[in-house]
Ligand binder design. Structure first.
Ligand code: FES
Length: 165
């Protein structure tokens, strides 16, 4: 994500979403783990978890903000900054790693000019490194959104990415 995108994300006023956030909090659909449910729902609503919304959740749920940030940090599907339209996850589990996942990751990064955790300038793609998704029969594996690509060769990466452009 560029400097400008980061500034945009920080400066945008998300307060118009407060009523919807209140509604999500009041649903109380998962009494065992309400915070996780709220974070998932809010991420679904906004595409990410802006810091001002994290503060709001902290106040409304009477939870220390550090606790919320530590939950967010523990799960790669949560993001504090806006993500691209397509989420690319390269598995770096042992089977994929031994079959060249690092080269695949490197090629995707060079093709999109981003590093792991970043989003392209046009906000089309976000690149993540993941762990085993149980598809190791044909490693290496990448996921683009919900599409799973097995046995990915570096030479095929441009073709795969172009199909989402
Ligand atoms: S190690 Fe990559 S899918 Fe299992």
């Amino acid at each position: 994500m560029s400097e400008t995108q980061l500034k945009d994300a920080k400066n945008y006023d998300f307060s118009s979403y407060y009523p919807q956030i209140d509604e999500i909090i009041s649903r109380d659909s998962h009494p065992d783990d309400p915070l996780m449910t709220v974070l998932q729902e809010v991420q679904k609503l906004l595409g990410h978890l802006p810091p001002m919304i994290v503060s709001y959740i902290s106040c409304r749920m009477s939870l220390p903000i550090e606790k919320i940030y530590s939950v967010i940090a523990g799960y790669p599907f949560f993001s504090l900054t806006p993500r691209g339209d397509h989420l690319i996850t390269v598995c770096l589990g042992p089977d994929c790693f031994s079959q060249g996942a690092n080269e695949v990751l490197d090629r995707i990064g060079r093709e999109l000019e981003i590093r792991v955790g970043e989003t392209t300038e046009d906000r089309k793609f976000t690149l993540l490194a993941g762990t085993c998704c149980e598809s190791c029969r044909k490693a290496p594996v990448i996921m683009v959104d919900n599409d799973v690509y097995q046995g990915v060769r570096v030479s095929k990466i441009k073709e795969i990415l172009d199909s989402y452009r």
